[in-house]
Every structure is written in C-alpha cells, then in structure tokens.
Design a protein. Structure first.
Length: 219
C-alpha cells in the first residue's frame, strides 16, 4: 500500500473511531437493550446499527450520499423521521412501570427477561442508525475530504468493510459486557432509573432534531 493510501486509511480509521466512541442515540439504545435483554437478542441492535452504517457508507462511496445531502427536503424528512422515532422510544421508556424491570435481576438461563426477539432488536437498531442524519453527514464529510478520484474502488470497498466491521465489533463488545450476569446484577437496581434518564435524553434529542428541521424548513 502506498504511503498516501496509508495516510488516508489512518485518517479515516482515527476519525471513525472518535465518532464511534462518542455517545449518541445509537449508543443509548444499545445500552438499553444490553441491560434488558439476553446477549443473543441484544446483539440484534448491534447488527442493525452496523447494517444501517454499511448502507450509508455504500451510498456515500458511490456518490449517492452527496445527492441526499444536497436535497433539502430529503434531509428535512430524514431528520423529522429520525426525531419522531427517538421520541417514540422515549415515550415507551417513560411509560414503563417499575415492575417491568423486576426480571432483570434473574439470571438469563433461569428466566426470559422479556418478550423481545433478535429480529425486533435488529429493527430497533437499524431504524436508529438509518434515521440518524448525523450518520450520513459524517460519512459524507469524511469521504469528501479524504477520498479523491485517484483512490481506487477496491480501496474504497476495503474502507467500507473495515468501518462496518468495527461498528459491529465495538457495539457487540458493549452488548456482551453489559449483558453479563455480574454487570446485570449491578444494573438491576438502577435499570428503572437509567431507562427513565436515557428515555428523557432520547426524547429531548428527538424533539431538538424535529424542531431544528422544521424551523429551517420554514425559513
């Protein structure tokens, strides 16, 4: 690999990792699922988020991302849909009763924690990732800066596969750490309050996204 490509790869990897470890709506949803579900179910959220990221990476790599970002109405629609989705998740968390969290202290192999499934968690993760306008804007801005016409398609695909894999591995690690019995027991007493706080955060973020999108559209 040429030195210039090594520099591009290092830049993309570093910027992507910083964005990955920065807490956001995807991270909050991931934590919520990890402390409430079996790891084999919660991993669905990690897969859903990574697939959504992979889709945006692919769109940006082939140039469609720039078209999405250049369309005011598409971006407004994406932001409103994403904000409403976060508000919906917030309402679900805030309406939950304390008794709904009683099973968290029970070991996974003795009792099912709730009625969710891998597919349901996958859908939640995918919707969170795909309706987060920051994802497409991040990948678009990153690739616009570092990827030029001289960069081969093979190198671009390699970057896409790398970033998608890192997203999944990072999110999966969080799931397995937080869904362990020892950690779960520590979270059990606080899970109800954690869910309320994270629900409120998601609601505020969602409201701000919708408000910003509608305010700009009216200008």
């Amino acid at each position: 690999m040429e030195m210039s490509l090594i520099g591009i790869f290092a830049t993309v990897v570093f910027a992507h990792f910083l964005a990955l470890i920065s807490p956001g709506p995807d991270f909050v949803i991931l934590v919520k699922s990890a402390i409430k579900n079996e790891s084999k179910k919660a991993i669905g959220v990690a897969l859903g988020i990574s697939i959504a990221n992979a889709l945006y990476i692919a769109l940006c790599l082939i140039g469609v991302g720039s078209l999405l970002a250049s369309s005011v109405y598409i971006m407004i629609g994406l932001k409103v849909a994403g904000g409403l989705f976060l508000i919906y998740l917030a309402i679900q968390a805030l309406r939950a009763k304390k008794s709904d969290y009683a099973s968290l202290s029970v070991q996974v192999n003795k009792k099912e924690l709730n009625n969710t499934t891998f597919f349901k968690e996958f859908v939640v993760g995918f919707m969170s990732g795909i309706l987060n306008p920051k994802n497409v804007l991040f990948y678009l801005s990153l690739f616009t800066v570092v990827l030029t016409k001289d960069v081969s398609l093979t190198f671009k695909v390699m970057l896409g596969v790398w970033m998608t894999s890192v997203v999944f591995l990072w999110d999966s690690a969080i799931v397995f750490i937080l869904s362990g019995d020892r950690v779960r027991r520590k979270f059990a007493k606080l899970a109800y309050y954690i869910d309320k706080v994270t629900g409120a955060i998601l609601g505020l973020v969602g409201f701000k996204i919708v408000k910003t999108a509608l305010t700009k559209s009216s200008l």
